[in-house]
Write a protein that binds this ligand. Sequence first.
Ligand code: DGL
Length: 259
Amino acid sequence: MARIGIFDSGVGGLTVQRALLEAVPGADTIYLGDTARVPYGTKSAATVTAYSIRNARVLQERGIDLLVVACNTASAVALPALRAALPVPVLGVVEPGARAAAAASRSGRIGVIGTAGTIGSGAYQAAILALRADALVVARACPLFVPLAEEGWTDPDDEVVRGVVRRYLDPLAAERIDTLVLGCTHYPLLKAAIAAALPGVRLVDSAETVAAEVAALLPGLAGRTSTHQFLVTDTPEKFLAVAGRFLGRPVDSAEHVDV
Ligand code: DGL
């Protein structure tokens, strides 16, 4: 038996859980969305670290064998503190995403997009350069992508979506990047619009890479019937209204926890 704890600032980490359910279908999961304190992307590293430790403790109390930090901002700023605080393995999304980008890029011209907190931390930039010293990393915060995804405004033919996406991404196209890391839980929902703005550029979704790493850590679960539990720190209604879109399957109930 294996139970994976997953947390994110809110609903976006369900894109990571979606990849996990595909890669490790036999594992039990418990997901915590810190919906009372979202967003993390605009907050200081100290605040995000304190919130992350609290979330991890809630999951630890429920019993987990592995923690996946689905939030890119928390992965970028709080991973060392989480690893020091927890007795179980802790995986973030930054290193797997950086590894996939370093491997995928031919020219070494790699773009990274994320929240202001993620880009400001320099974590992706450092992780890519540690793997590929020849890389040119062009990083850009795209803060309006999160509310667009939350509102379900993701249609690449929508003029507002197209305009916002091009405003952020045209400078990356001008840098002739050949690979782009989607360094935020919400950005996979905008994949079609991002791909339309950057034709020919490889898009790296760290959700898929971290899921492959978890699958390698938890072999032999195939065929097992798994259970999935959802916790939220604000009232469940809003989470339940949008969770299915992020997870790609219905989410019927979520338990409120007080942090
Ligand atoms: N989950 C955050 C991330 O991946 C995005 C939303 C937020 O700002 O909290 O960085």
